[in-house]
Design a protein around this ligand. Sequence first.
Ligand SMILES: C[S@@+](CC[C@H](N)C(=O)[O-])C[C@H]1O[C@@H](n2cnc3c(N)ncnc32)[C@H](O)[C@@H]1O
Length: 186
Amino acid sequence: MTLLPYAAVVLTLLAGLSLVIFTALTGVPTLSSRGVEAADVIALLKHAKLARSAVIIDLGSGWGALVVALARAFPEATIEGIEISLLPYLISRLRASGLPNVRLRWGNFHRSHLRGAHAIVCYLMPSVMPGVGDLLDRHLKWGTAVVSNTFLFRGRKASAVRRGSRRGLVSLYFWPARYWVVDEYE
Ligand SMILES: C[S@@+](CC[C@H](N)C(=O)[O-])C[C@H]1O[C@@H](n2cnc3c(N)ncnc32)[C@H](O)[C@@H]1O
């Protein structure tokens, strides 16, 4: 009797468990940007007029859908992805293996250096956006382009938006993009 089917079941269960654990730890499931959303991210980055050799970082690069789309759209740029969840990270490495301008790191983007970034992209969840905003405040140079898929940064003013997807807007900020609401005169 072969052990292969049992090994396959155990591996599948471990893979599923690892996805559940990382989603619970980060509060962000590993969903991929859809084609239309990736197209909106690309259009907004083009609107931001990045240098050809720009460094674009995807915070939470998941299965690699967005980094692969960006690498094809900006062949002279360097696309970096940081992903904490092991299985999506490994799959993204396979997907991006033929793309020389992609660099993928396994780890927590809150512990990464982002100072070299000319642009940041992300597709996360509303609950983590304030913490990500604080992270970008600490690391980014003034005026760095930030594009968020679906979820907005509160208290920040988007310079442009695209509405290709029914799931929500894709928005472009030039960091820190702060605005204040003044309710009354003191
Ligand atoms: C919704 S997916 C988006 C994947 C990809 N950016 C895309 O648009 O196709 C978000 C990913 O962020 C990852 N993530 C969440 N918090 C993270 C953190 N602190 N460090 C690294 N990755 C993180 C999750 O594991 C998940 O895979």
